[in-house]
Design a protein around this ligand. Structure first.
Ligand code: ZN
Length: 317
């Protein structure tokens, strides 16, 4: 494949809707997380050790000048404690999935940049009402999801999950979940390398969040099996990932090679390519379908073109 210039994420802001649940090895019991460790690794990455010292001095300054409430919040943020206290676990300072390895560190930073980009794109799309409609009230402003990074296993509003599941979205708690080592799995096991391919996977999960918000996950198609309806949901999420790609194309300087990486990834995770032979058991769609719906979103930049539910005949998807 040769060398491909990476996507430009340097100037992209990093999302704050991010939680590091750690490695789970410190006896934290599922709680913990927070922006502290992630912030630290980010500062180290971007500005080196002098940056940490400057940031540390800055934080200390804020800490001593701040009113009590903010001081307490800052303190828990620095310890890596979850500000909401959800999960109730005892945070273990320094237990961070992001800082477990240099690869994880850059995976976390990259994910936060992509997430920030999806927030910008979907806030604009929601603001303009450029969305397919499934009855009910107009969705209003875009409610950004939180990205939870974890190592090996995690407890979610949808039950316990392990890294083997791959990245996923839980509609019940409206969080995205990813083990940062997944990008490596993509490159090695799924033969889908490349940063835009990684971004596509995240954007696909964000697509599920968009679907959840606009009611697309509750659409029942009469006469269809659950797995057939699941294919509609998955192909729509691919198309919505493409809509993000369309809008982010210029800011992130997405090249044709990047696009090829993403469609290669979409192809690599198609049900048929993954070895699911029987079409009746497909839950995500064939490789050809996934690439086609992604491209549809990417080329039109219009989420209303992603209405897989309006395709009457399942065979025409
Ligand atoms: Zn999906």
């Amino acid at each position: 494949m040769g060398y491909n210039a990476p996507m430009k994420i340097d100037g992209q802001r990093r999302s704050e809707n991010f939680q590091d649940r750690g490695t789970g090895r410190g006896g934290g019991g599922g709680g913990g997380g927070g922006a502290g460790p992630a912030l630290l690794t980010f500062v180290v990455r971007r500005f080196g050790l002098p940056g940490v010292i400057v940031a540390g001095l800055g934080l200390l300054g804020i800490y001593f000048l701040a009113p009590d409430g903010i001081r307490q919040a800052l303190f828990s943020a620095m310890l890596g404690d979850s500000p909401s206290g959800a999960g109730g676990g005892v945070a273990v300072p320094g237990d961070s999935a992001c800082s477990a390895s240099p690869a994880n560190m850059s995976a976390c930073d990259f994910s936060r940049a992509v997430l920030g980009s999806t927030e910008d794109v979907w806030a604009a799309q929601f603001g303009q009402g450029r969305l397919p409609s499934y009855g009910g009230a107009a969705p209003g402003a875009y409610p950004p999801p939180t990205l939870v990074v974890f190592s090996q296993s995690v407890s979610t509003g949808c039950g316990e999950a392990s890294s083997d599941t791959g990245p996923f979205y839980c509609p019940a708690d409206r969080n995205l979940y990813i083990d940062p080592t997944f990008y490596d799995v993509m490159a090695r096991q799924l033969r889908a390398p490349g940063d835009f391919a990684q971004a596509y996977v995240l954007a696909h999960e964000v697509g599920h969040h968009v679907q959840n918000t606009i009611g697309a996950m509750r659409v029942a198609v009469p006469g269809e099996s659950d797995s057939q309806t699941s294919v509609r949901v998955e192909l729509q999420a691919d198309c919505l990932a493409g809509v993000w790609g369309h809008s982010a194309r210029s800011t992130l300087q997405v090249s044709d090679e990047d696009l090829a990486e993403a469609t290669n990834a979409a192809h690599a995770i198609g049900d048929d390519t993954l070895g699911h032979r029987d079409e009746a058991t497909f839950t995500h769609g064939s490789s050809e379908q996934r690439v086609r719906w992604f491209r549809r979103g990417f080329e039109t930049g219009d989420a209303r073109q992603c209405d897989t539910f309006s395709v009457r005949d399942h065979a025409q998807l």
